[in-house]
Design a protein around this ligand. Structure first.
Ligand code: FCB
Length: 461
């Protein structure tokens, strides 16, 4: 039987744009995701986050669900354009997050606040977006505002969620907002996200409770090669996907091989003296999002090139300067996203991080699966494939812990079905179902299962 440490933190996760709705209420300004989802043809089914799960108005009910699950922590994100539209503090927006945090604390649930889960205020994109250095400074100002507002109560801060997606899906492949396909700009975005992270940690530390933990969430890719011949393909994909963030944030320097690999795209002159040191602020824990591994092969240059990286085919590739690398389809089973289910990648990834950064604890800030759930005639949602997915991945976490990795917690993605970005509401990750028409919340079998895991700290045999 798999037993987790007493202090292990159990949680669930959501993000503002995916659940809140109320997109134009109480002074909220537009974000790049409003613009993206309101542009015909970009989101499946023309879905938008205008209403989403209506969490903005149903917060109390959702807090009660969290209490019912018995989780010790809840990871949510703050909508930047709700609290600081046009660069000015918006009191009703700030009050919403204050109520959320108080509601969590009243139920004994630790708030874990992510500052940036992809919803850049539109006016900052109009001024150039993340490829513009100024955005990093605006981000630090926003961090300061949130630190002053919630810093007496929030003990875990996550600056960015998956800057990989913000930079490469937003500015290189264009499948995410702001839908730009400019590889050089995407690498500038990488840098300004790293810089913004460091500036935000500094800004938070200056105003929040000194005991607060600082973190960032990365969707590290566990990259494997098809054969030993593919070692260089693995190295390059790892540099672009992982070390582009781990390097500056945890080691204070960009990997030299990344700079060399991308030399034809940019000279990296946007990196100014001192930036890498700024990006490298002491962190208390590293957030890791994991869904599946990545398989690469050196392309022979003539056969049809495989691009099965799981990130949707866009007008261009998110893999800048990796034109001679193939992303090879992996054996199933698959989730509804088409992502293969392979929990061994999670154990290996956690052990790699433990080896490379032995003094840095980790927490799994997202892990979960989309399936086409069915409501049975008796009203029950028997989502046994999701239970199996979660069970496998929690076992994989336990295995990493027993091999020495310091993993502090696990957050299921997601608390409830929500707006899955360019896939709209078609992909359902929740352990709680949200009815697409009535928005009624119903516990799936996975929610009952997770409640028992949380209560006992053990996985069923
Ligand atoms: C991650 C995102 C999260 C959700 C899951 C499925 O990349 O951080 O918002 O969309 O994937």
């Amino acid at each position: 039987m798999t037993i987790f440490p007493e202090t292990f933190v159990w949680g669930t996760a959501t993000a503002a744009y995916q659940v809140e709705g109320a997109w134009n209420e109480d002074g909220r300004g537009p974000s790049i995701w409003d613009t993206f989802s309101h542009t015909p043809g970009l989101v499946t089914g023309g879905d938008t986050g205008d209403v989403a799960c209506d969490h903005y108005h149903r917060m109390e009910e959702d807090l009660d669900i969290l209490a019912g699950l018995g989780v010790g922590a809840y990871r949510f994100s703050i909508s930047w354009p709700r609290v600081r539209p046009g660069g000015r503090a918006n009191q009703p927006g700030l009050d919403f997050y204050s109520r959320l945090v108080d509601g969590l604390l009243a139920r004994g649930i630790a708030p874990v606040a992510t500052l940036y889960h992809w919803d850049l205020p539109q006016e900052l994109e109009d001024a150039g977006g993340w490829p513009n250095r100024d955005t990093a400074h605006r981000f630090a100002e926003y961090a300061d505002l949130m630190g002053r507002t919630l810093g007496d109560r929030v003990r875990t801060w996550i600056t960015l969620n998956e800057p990989w997606c913000s930079a490469y899906l937003g500015y290189a492949s264009g499948v995410h907002a702001p839908a730009r396909t400019e590889p050089a700009a995407a690498l500038a975005a990488v840098h300004h996200l790293n810089l913004g992270h460091g500036l935000a940690v500094q800004a938070l530390r200056a105003v929040v409770d000194p005991a607060a933990q600082m973190s960032v969430t990365l969707n590290l890719h566990h990259v494997r090669g098809v054969s030993d011949q593919d070692a260089d393909a693995v190295r390059r994909a790892d540099a672009l996907a992982n070390r582009a963030f781990l390097g500056p944030m945890l080691e204070g320097a960009y990997p030299r091989d990344l700079i060399a690999d991308t030399a034809a795209v940019t000279d990296w002159s946007f990196v100014r003296d001192g930036d890498e040191a700024t990006a490298c602020q002491p962190l208390d824990v590293l957030g890791v999002n994991y869904y599946n591994p990545t398989l690469v092969r050196q392309w022979d240059g003539s056969s049809e090139r495989a691009t099965a990286d799981g990130h949707q085919d866009g007008a261009a590739s998110p893999w800048i300067a990796c034109e001679d690398i193939e992303f090879v389809p992996q054996p199933g089973p698959y989730t509804e996203m088409g992502w293969n289910i392979d929990e061994t990648g999670l154990t290996e990834l956690l052990l790699r991080l433990h080896r490379d950064y032995p003094s840095m604890p980790t927490m799994i800030t997202e892990n979960g699966a989309a399936f086409a759930d069915v409501v049975d005639p008796d009203g029950r949602i028997r989502d046994e494939r999701r239970v199996d997915y979660l069970q496998r991945h929690l076992s994989a976490v336990a295995e990493a812990i027993s091999a020495g990795a310091d993993v502090r917690g696990y957050f299921v993605w997601s608390l409830m079905d929500n707006f899955e970005w360019a896939h709209g509401y078609a992909k359902r990750f929740g352990i709680v179902r949200v009815d697409p028409d009535t928005l009624e919340r119903t516990w799936k079998d996975s929610a009952h299962w997770y409640r028992d895991v949380v209560a006992t700290g053990k996985l069923p045999a």
